[in-house]
Design a protein. Structure first.
Length: 463
């Protein structure tokens, strides 16, 4: 059912046009064949009517005996030639017997059914037309007149008949030719509809591709040239994109202003608290620092939410991982008894994150920094495409890892599983909320290196 709903407009139009064209062509073929056959039978009947009239007009009664005229049609003289005639006697009791017949009938007779006799009785003197079965079971077309001749007691039926097989064959052949010709015409019309629809809707397809390119971060606006009918739509879409960008920039400005407005008083409070030793100063310093961290956290979340609503930017992943790896190896160079840490990272050259560079640096940086804090000396980072428009960033370390219960607590805001370790406990929480802002997710698991594995699912920018 879902596939039917998603069927493209082009396919529906072509299907409807194709079915309708075939139905019309089939009906036209049947109608033309029927008209051709009816016209052929009318001409056939006219020829038979002439023969019947000649037979009736030339018959005479001599000494009470019926004398048929001498007809010049030589076909009536050859046995089973297909052209026949006969004069039948209709007695008072309704019985029909042949009186005279053509030599072409040989040992057969032209006999009418009771319903056909009744039809002749209802219209004496008028030519009636019937379908009969003749010699050798051939289909015949017959013309008959019921009339009386002076000097003969019983009414007579003058019948002329001819094999109608040629008419049926011609009608069948005409029907086949007509259906074939109309089929070719129908296929041509369907192809014309396909071409017309495809080329007619091509600007819409191009518009769709450009909108998709904007959404995937490959373009900032619609630059194509469109027909007059679609130009207003393209202009309005560009205006909408510009308006959304303006709204996002305005939100970023407000976020930045709010950050500066809050950080300055907090800095003053921390400075004053550091200059006034005492229990109250310690409480103020701790709470002010917590407030600063919470402000940074929520402002960062607001910026990410605003960015995720835009069309998206393209951020190459490889240079960022390289930069982070070099930086973190320097920061943790004194770890593991001065041997430092080793960060093994892997990433395809063309892999790109669909979002801003600052956000991806924060996502990857928090994960790699967290791994650097807890590892014994080795970190493995791998970024790879996942599905059609997603990517996975996996960070493994050889540290102590987390139990399943601890993994559920680690993503909670401000949760610190080890109070001795530096930090505010916001690292993984920031990653989780940033990922959610980009409609992604964070999964914690057991690393093959023995420590923690963090898997980050993010949107991927297409090439």
């Amino acid at each position: 059912m879902l596939d039917l709903r998603r069927r493209s407009l082009v396919r529906r139009l072509v299907l409807i046009a194709g079915v309708w064209t075939l139905v019309v062509m089939l009906a036209a073929g049947v109608f033309l064949t029927a008209q051709f056959k009816a016209a052929a039978i009318r001409r056939f009947d006219s020829s038979l009517a002439v023969l019947t009239d000649d037979l009736y007009a030339g018959s005479t009664i001599e000494d009470g005996q019926l004398r048929a005229p001498v007809l010049t049609d030589i076909r009536a003289t050859r046995a089973y030639s297909g052209r026949y005639w006969a004069i039948l006697d209709k007695s008072a009791d309704g019985a029909i017997r042949p009186v005279v017949r053509s030599r072409s009938l040989f040992d057969s007779d032209l006999m009418l059914s009771s319903s056909q006799i009744d039809q002749l009785d209802a219209a004496p003197g008028k030519t009636q037309y019937f379908d009969l079965r003749g010699p050798q079971d051939k289909p015949l077309r017959a013309a008959a007149i019921l009339a009386r001749l002076p000097g003969y007691a019983d009414p007579l039926v003058f019948v002329a008949a001819e094999d109608r097989s040629p008419i049926d064959d011609d009608a069948s052949q005409f029907g086949r030719i007509t259906i074939f010709a109309l089929s070719i015409l129908g296929v041509g019309l369907i192809l014309a509809v396909v071409v017309q629809v495809r080329f007619g809707l091509q600007p819409l397809f191009r518009l769709r591709r450009e909108v998709a390119a904007v959404r995937r971060g490959k373009a900032e606006r619609l630059d194509g040239i469109y027909p007059v009918e679609l130009e207003p739509l393209a202009v309005e879409l560009n205006a909408l994109l510009a308006h959304n960008q303006e709204v996002v920039e305005r939100q970023r400005t407000h976020v930045g202003n709010l950050a500066h407005a809050l950080k300055t008083p907090l800095s003053v409070m921390l400075t004053e608290a550091s200059q006034q030793p005492g229990q109250l100063a310690d409480v103020v310093a701790r709470q002010a620092q917590t407030m600063r961290e919470q402000v940074d956290h929520h402002l960062r979340r607001a910026r990410a939410a605003a960015r995720s609503q835009t069309s998206g930017e393209r951020t190459p992943v490889e240079p960022i991982l390289d930069e982070l790896a070099v930086t973190l190896e320097r920061i943790f160079q004194d770890k593991s008894d001065g041997q430092g840490i080793e960060i093994d990272w892997r990433c395809p050259e063309d892999l790109a994150f669909q979002g801003e560079k600052q956000d991806f640096m924060e996502l990857a940086g928090n994960l790699m920094e967290n791994a650097g804090k807890w590892c014994r000396g080795k970190i493995r980072v791998e970024a790879a495409p996942h599905g059609e428009a997603r990517m996975l960033l996996t960070v493994d370390d050889d540290g102590p890892g987390l139990t399943p219960e601890e993994r559920g607590q680690a993503l909670k805001r401000g949760q610190r599983l080890d109070e001795k370790a530096p930090g505010s406990g916001l690292g993984l929480s920031i990653v989780d909320e940033l990922a959610r802002a980009y409609r992604g997710s964070v999964q914690l698991g057991e690393s093959p290196l023995g420590g923690l594995r963090v898997t980050l699912d993010l949107p991927r920018a297409e090439r």
